[in-house]
Design a protein around this ligand. Sequence first.
Ligand code: PHE
Length: 367
Amino acid sequence: MSGPNTDYDPVEVTPLQAEEVQRMREEALAAVEAATDLAELKQARLDHAGDRSPLALANREIGALPPQARKEAGQRVGQARGAVNQAIKAREAVLEAEHEERMLAVETVDVTLPARRTHRGSRHPLTTAADLIADIFVAMGWEVAEGPVVEAEWLNFDALNLGADHPARTMQDTFWTEPADHHLVLRTHTSPVQARTMLTQEPPIYVVCPGRVFRTDEYDATHSPMFHQVEGLVVDEGITMAHLKGTLDHFATAMFGEGIDTRFRPSYFPFTEPSAEVDLRCFVCKGVPGKVEVCRTCKGEGWIEWGGCGVVNPRVLVAAGIDPERYTGFAFGMGIDRTLMFRTGASDLRDFFEGDVRFSSSFGTEI
Ligand code: PHE
């Protein structure tokens, strides 16, 4: 073990000489002052105030001095180290403030800059039309029902009084799916949702069902193998044809405004009795003599078919397990695409299906 060095050894204590300490102190202060950001200051702190900095090393040498020299050397080094630490703190405050200011400047949002132009998406006009229609009925307390587009043959036909050999089956140009023994079809109308609702709910029933339907139709300005219907079904005590007429009048007015001309034509559907077809005044020729004869939209009729309706056939109620002595009902199925064409004056049904945004975007989010 070697004890403290009591001899005066000028080589060993050089770091503790006043000029040397002064030099270290100045060097340290210069480095701190020269730091232009917090990372540089961190390095200066390591170099000049860290455990291995010249001043820290000098401090360790104090013990090697003769006792009478220690106090003075200790003060010198201690003051130097204190001054360096203070300078670091002061510089740190300045640099931090600068940093903050710079970040504020960099992150400033110029609210006066013009926005980048992007195309706003919107929902398809048929979707908004279906929603609008559903809203009209929901406002009257009805519910919205849904069913699958690939439907059981039994629900699409049989449950609606359209037995296998019923002549009216051929009226519906059906897409059958394979294999045939699965007895699945692409639903030809939204009426199977009637059957589904009656099988699962007790009267009173008030439902609308907007949805896609499929028929092997030609694709032209007024026909498409895929189109949209909205089904309505009411089953309650004391329901009559008058309720049906009143409901459809309200529906027509809500869609097309006061003064819309409609007419009921006697018709036939196996699932309603009596049945009617509902027509709207042709929106192109308005049935005006001289125009109607050459009108291509209504083909000279002056009227355009909107959909079918009627009083629910008691046989359908029985098939769904509903007592026809107690309950009666009405049902309707209207074309949504036609409704939209009427509302907007669009003359070609295909425009709705071909996905050209120049067409659809003109509808915006409302129709
Ligand atoms: N489902 C019939 C059709 O598509 C329309 C209809 C619905 C008729 C409800 C009467 C009652 O042609």
